[in-house]
Design a protein. Structure first.
Length: 366
């Protein structure tokens, strides 16, 4: 087999396929996508003998919007003997280099979730067998590829590998976050996941530190504001609706009853701009661009609500518009977009100026 496998949110297989076709052609790798609606994964079958591995190395995973994970699939094992599933998996890895981690996974579907307990238990003897076969390091290491076994049924699995410098660090591509009991809404997990995905943890003490000023547009009841407050930031929450009293009692939140599309701060001292308003993508994109064009923020995270059809094309159109608007500024703007696990019919976008951030990290900007 010479395939590339992508995990995704069930129902977004066509978006993944459209995105991968675009990216693969740009790298002169050709093939076709095999998709099944609501399966939670997409298989890209490459025509070239080495193209799957080439894409796994050269296609930047961080730039993919709808894919949760990317790996090379080398074997499809069907009709596995339930009394011995380990031996065929070991044989399927015969040509593999030494791997540093094993992940036994399932697609993110209700049907596949029934295999979750089995996968967790099965990983223990499989890990031991792979180590005895010389295919897995004794201790987990990020310096070697990850070996993946994706179970589609209890007797069917896909075996493959991913590169640690170009994959998701999370099991099944899903960060496991716990909902804070004192958060005002579950939307808080979207911003927390965005921080985990977009901001390297070794930079949190600079980019997500206490004392920074932030603005939350469309803040009510305060799910996103909660994430900023818990990190010690001073937040201006803009919304005509009510904010959670627990947030107002912290003394870190100033509630401005105004339309998020009309509000502008009096001072240019905002570091983070966040926005989760339900509005047409083009209008939100223009709003965020205007804040950067007016020098009103340094980093932004916002959501774009997606239409029912041509979702990938809509996303690309809005990101292209954002790039065009920001090109008028003297900066090196980075735009990252991802459909996060906690997103639904939407994607999350992160924008920042790399030059300005570099100076900040070096200590030039306080």
């Amino acid at each position: 087999m010479n395939h590339l496998l992508f995990y995704c949110r069930p129902g977004f297989e066509k978006e993944v396929a459209a995105e991968i076709q675009d990216k693969a052609v740009a790298l002169e790798c050709f093939g076709f996508c095999r998709i099944k609606d609501n399966s939670g994964y997409v298989i890209f079958e490459c025509y070239g003998a080495e193209d799957a591995d080439k894409l796994a190395r050269r296609l930047p995973f961080r730039e993919l919007i709808f894919a949760r994970q990317m790996l090379v699939v080398t074997q499809e094992l069907d009709g596995l003997d339930l009394a011995d599933r380990i031996t065929p998996i070991i044989e399927a890895t015969a040509t593999y280099t030494l791997c540093g981690e094993l992940r036994v996974e399932t697609p993110d579907t209700n049907e596949a979730k029934e295999l979750t307990t089995f996968c967790r238990k099965f990983s223990v003897p499989l890990r031991q067998a792979l180590r005895q076969a010389g295919k897995l390091t004794k201790e987990q290491t990020h310096r070697r590829p990850v070996l993946h076994v994706l179970f589609l049924a209890n007797d069917k699995a896909l075996v493959g590998y991913s590169y640690t410098n170009n994959n998701s660090v999370f099991h099944m591509g899903i960060p496991r976050l716990k909902f804070p009991s004192d958060a005002p809404s579950r939307s808080t997990l979207k911003l927390e996941e965005a921080f985990h995905v977009f901001v390297p943890q070794d930079q949190w003490d600079v980019r997500l530190t206490s004392g920074l000023n932030a603005v939350d547009l469309g803040a009510c009841p305060g799910g996103w504001t909660y994430q900023l407050v818990r990190r010690g930031m001073m937040v201006t929450a803009v919304d005509n609706g009510p904010m959670a009293e627990s947030l107002m009692e912290t003394g870190q939140v100033k509630h401005v009853r105004d339309d998020g599309f009309r509000y502008r701060p009096a001072k240019k001292n905002t570091y983070w701009l966040v926005c989760d308003m339900v509005e047409k993508p083009a209008r939100v994109t223009h709003l965020i661009a205007s804040w950067f064009l007016d020098g009103l923020c340094q980093e932004a995270i916002f959501n774009l609500k997606l239409p029912m059809k041509r979702r990938y094309q809509e996303v690309e159109h809005n990101l292209d518009m954002l790039r065009e608007w920001l090109s008028a500024l003297e900066g090196e703007f980075v735009i990252q977009a991802k459909q996060l696990y906690h997103d639904r019919e939407e994607i999350t976008v992160h924008v920042f100026d790399q030059r300005q951030l570099t100076r900040r990290l070096s200590g030039s900007i306080q």
